[in-house]
Design a protein around this ligand. Structure first.
Ligand SMILES: [Zn+2]
Length: 342
């Protein structure tokens, strides 16, 4: 077991005009992800306030003509060819799954989650989410019989601050042999760890985090929740591990149920903190990979300055691929730990 949480403090000094130009020292912290070695930082902590964004006018204006509302979804969205899935579209409860009109990959689909055009972050129910992810599983079961569908990706951009282009809640899905940089790097790093240590990084991570308790949130029968030592979000990411599982496609019903129940609670916690947008992504392995556990990352998204539509993605993130947190993963875990019951 060799999980290392590497952190290094740096001190910036300046003569502060608010203190008659007395010298002050402000600390920031550089961290390295224990799996990939990717760096990130805790910085900009002073003076950051989560500012509310008034999304109500946008939500109302987007109702007319929304392609995912129930009165339109079956008329304006594409159907799958019979060789992909014989049903044309996948329907499960309120969820409707169909091909992406603007595909990113050979098998690129969308799941409209709800009948409601707008679902506030704290109003999702376990049943609504379960049916949406169950529709994804049904689609992947069909699509992954075809070649070039090694990885089943599901991800969620909720509201515009996350990059979402529709207000109506929806998931995006790929069944692909090119799963993207982050997952490829994680899979490679997990294999290297297993080779070097003789154990699974993900099992070691959970053991270590549970023992340390700083970022550990909760563990149920099928899932484990913690915050990410190096997060993508400035408000800290939550990692949800599925011990022993590899894919969404083969995820047991009970595990999906527990995940959806936890996710509803985690979204309520974030909403109560003033967060109004998020990304969620699943990171699967292939069924033969005993060194990797299926996991998901829940990443809050906000506007840094809503008045100017100032996003939380600057050149530092976008071009240097260096993310920073204004809230430590340790404090975020503490808030989540008090609320989450699996
Ligand atoms: Zn709609």
């Amino acid at each position: 077991m060799a999980i290392r949480f590497e952190r290094r403090e740096k001190i910036a000094r300046y003569l502060d005009p608010r203190k008659d130009y007395a010298e002050v020292a402000v600390s920031c912290e550089i961290r390295r992800d224990p799996l990939t070695g990717r760096s990130g930082r805790v910085a900009h902590v002073l003076g950051f306030h989560l500012q509310p964004a008034n999304l109500a006018p946008l939500i109302e204006a987007s109702r007319a003509g929304c392609p995912f509302c129930p009165e339109r979804v079956l008329e304006v969205t594409p159907r799958f060819p019979a060789d992909v899935t014989p049903k044309g579209r996948v329907v499960c409860g309120e969820a409707v799954l169909f091909p992406n009109l603007a595909p990113y990959d050979e098998h690129s689909a969308v799941t409209a989650i709800s009948h409601e055009h707008y679902v506030p972050m704290d109003a999702f129910t376990p049943t609504l989410l379960y049916n949406a992810f169950e529709a994804c599983r049904m689609y992947f079961h069909d699509a992954q019989r075809l070649p070039g569908t090694t990885y089943a990706l599901a991800f969620w951009n909720y509201l515009p601050a996350s990059g979402g282009t529709q207000i109506h809640p929806h998931l995006q899905l790929f069944a692909t042999d090119t799963p993207g940089n982050a997952l490829e790097q994680e899979l490679d790093a997990s294999a290297r760890y297993q080779q070097a240590e003789g154990s699974s990084y993900w099992a070691d991570l959970l053991d270590t985090e549970e023992r340390l308790g700083e970022r550990f949130v909760a563990r149920g029968a099928h899932t484990a929740w913690l915050t990410a030592f190096v997060s993508e979000s400035l408000l800290t990411d939550t990692l949800i591990l599925f011990p022993g599982q590899r894919t969404i496609t083969d995820l047991p019903e009970a595990a999906l149920e527990e995940f959806c129940g936890g996710l509803v609670q985690a979204l309520r916690v974030l909403a109560a903190q003033g967060v109004y947008s998020f990304n969620l992504a699943f990171y699967p392995a292939t069924p033969d990979r005993t060194d990797v556990w299926l996991h998901a990352r829940l990443s809050p998204r906000v506007y840094m300055t809503p008045r100017f539509w100032g996003t939380d993605t600057s050149a530092l993130h976008h071009l240097y691929n260096e993310h920073f947190m204004v809230r430590t993963p340790e404090s975020a875990a503490s808030a989540l730990r008090e609320a989450l019951r699996l």
